[in-house]
Design a protein around this ligand. Structure first.
Ligand SMILES: [Zn+2]
Length: 53
């Protein structure tokens, strides 16, 4: 991770399907998943593994 660049200028890869997630310019949180559903499934998997997410 390069901390000299804005966080949104750095590529984000969806942990669920390994595809790069395009970021929306401007304020707000980074998009971490390609779709809300991918995020949901990813958290479900983490919960199944015992992570408190
Ligand atoms: Zn995804």
């Amino acid at each position: 991770m390069d901390t000299t660049k804005p966080i949104k200028a750095q590529p984000v890869v969806c942990p669920h399907c390994d595809v790069e997630v395009p970021q929306v310019e401007g304020p707000g949180r980074r998009k971490l998943y390609c779709t809300p559903d991918a995020g949901k499934q990813w958290r479900q998997r983490l919960r199944a593994l015992g992570f408190p997410v």
